[in-house]
Design a protein around this ligand. Structure first.
Ligand code: AMP
Length: 463
């Protein structure tokens, strides 16, 4: 089943929106009806490109991340293929198997199959760790058309013979890069050995480093390749700001920003579970409704938190990178990087939580003295300097200077500024109520060279 990668037909990265309608894609009426119910008007680029390939039964290598509409890109054609094949699942068997790295993503994918397949006679189930296996075993007992699973729990149930995979006709590996990061590679390899050799394969990954390309090469047979570049498509709609702040004052800056009701639906990112809990405590004390999701929370607590956030019951969700991966919540107005990610790719994923489905969004990063190098790495990786907002009440001149030059020079410059040469820019201006972008009309603040003089004061977060 090995394939020759050279036989792929690469498709240029897609950044434009689709001009086609779903009715141009030869989807059957029950699917069209479900899409009308959901108010989906046009296919996204990945849907436009992938659906015909998958309806034709070809293998697919999709380079795309959550937020591009990739779930419908594979769920719709797989549902149609199932409906047409009329194969019924047998006892403890699945016809389509979808592997996803996290519980949240597995639940969302499962929900998508249910939503799109609502007018078809399709049985689905989702299995994931962290909860009792009883109800999951029961759900697959009579067999399912579509099984969505995280690798660990699937492997557990396979070993206990609660599920068999020898009748799988289509196999989807979603977020393969994250699977690797999370150490699922051995489970995946074992699952691959059990699957029938003849099958339809779909492989999705946001990035394609050599180890992922190798895994794809082992799974796919003469795949078509579809590449969507979300960084290019979303970056234009995401306004990015950098705020220099001393570490102990990050919490005050956060409270200051969240006082602004324009921050309607906000994700606050931390690097660690610990950090997430600390932010949650700060917000609780300030009576700002928030919920935290991270690996230490029970499955039901995470689901409840997401539900509260989705429904608008709480406007702030605090998350770590892994927990947030695959969160499917639209209308996120702001992403706040309370701690800067040490991996540039995570920055792109984080800020991509906002400005989804064509909307606009703002991503704000709090950078303290220890995080300057992370920002440098991010700017290098994205090829773009992030404009600095100096006119916010907790702006740290010290961090700003240190970011601009070597540590020794920064200290000397700061001392000179504080002796009176700096025009008062070294002190925080607590009278100013809203953050303004560098280069705005306010005067007093220093100017970061990457901020430029053209940055308009943004109306959105100012109070
Ligand atoms: P995904 O990338 O699969 O996580 O999808 C991101 C979000 O876009 C989800 O909330 C989907 O419900 C939504 N979505 C997917 N396809 C479309 C479409 N063609 N039109 C409108 N919304 C869509």
């Amino acid at each position: 089943m090995q394939n020759d990668q050279k036989s792929q037909s690469p498709v240029a990265p897609v950044t434009a929106t689709s001009t086609k309608l779903f009715s141009d894609l030869e989807l059957i009426e029950p699917l069209q009806r479900a899409l009308r119910d959901l108010n989906y008007e046009k296919p996204t680029p990945i849907q436009e490109l992938s659906i015909p390939i998958l309806l034709a039964g070809k293998d697919l290598l999709g380079c795309a991340q959550t937020g591009t509409g990739k779930t419908a890109a594979f769920a719709l054609p797989l549902l149609q293929n199932l409906a047409k094949s009329k194969v019924r699942p047998r006892h403890r068997q699945a016809t389509v198997l979808v592997l996803a790295p996290t519980r949240e993503l597995a639940l969302q994918i499962h929900q998508s199959f249910e939503d799109y397949g609502r007018y078809l006679d399709i049985k689905t189930a989702v299995i994931f760790g962290g909860v009792g296996q009883g109800p999951q075993v029961k759900a697959i007992y009579n067999g399912v058309d579509v099984l969505v699973a995280t690798p660990g729990r699937l492997f557990d149930l396979l070993e206990q013979k609660h599920v068999y995979l020898d009748k799988v006709q289509a196999f989807v590996l979603d977020e393969a890069d994250r699977m690797m990061d999370m150490g699922f590679i051995n489970d995946i390899q074992k699952i691959l050995k059990i699957l029938p050799k003849q099958r339809h394969n779909l492989f999705f990954s946001a990035t394609m480093p050599p180890d992922i390309a190798k895994l794809a090469n082992n799974i796919l047979v003469n795949p078509e390749r579809v590449e969507i570049t979300p960084a290019a498509t979303t970056a234009e709609k995401i306004e990015q700001w950098l705020m220099y702040v001393d570490k102990p004052q990050k919490r005050d800056l956060l409270k200051f920003l969240l006082d602004d009701k324009a921050f309607k639906r906000v994700i606050v990112f931390t690097r660690t579970k610990h950090g997430a809990n600390r932010v949650a405590e700060v917000l609780l004390k300030s009576k700002i409704t928030s919920a935290a999701i991270h690996g230490n929370k029970s499955q039901s607590a995470r689901q409840r938190a997401l539900e509260d956030f989705r429904s608008g019951h709480c406007r702030v969700l605090i998350a770590t990178d892994i927990a947030a991966r695959g969160i499917d919540v639209d209308d996120i107005t702001h992403v706040i990087n309370f701690e800067i990610p040490n991996i540039p790719e995570n920055y792109v994923h984080r800020i991509g939580r906002t400005a989804r489905a064509g909307r606009e969004g703002i991503a704000i990063s709090f950078c303290d003295a220890e995080e300057k190098s992370f920002i440098r790495d991010i700017e290098k990786a994205t090829g773009k300097a992030i404009p600095v907002v100096t006119q916010q009440p907790y702006h740290s001149k010290a961090v700003e200077l240190a970011a601009l030059m070597s540590p020794g020079k920064a200290k000397a410059k700061l001392e000179a500024a504080e002796r009176g040469g700096g025009g008062g820019g070294g002190r925080r201006n607590r009278n100013r109520r809203g953050p303004r972008r560098n280069g705005g009309s306010g005067g007093g603040g220093s100017r970061h060279k990457s901020g430029g003089g053209q940055g308009k004061p943004s109306s959105k977060p100012s109070r």
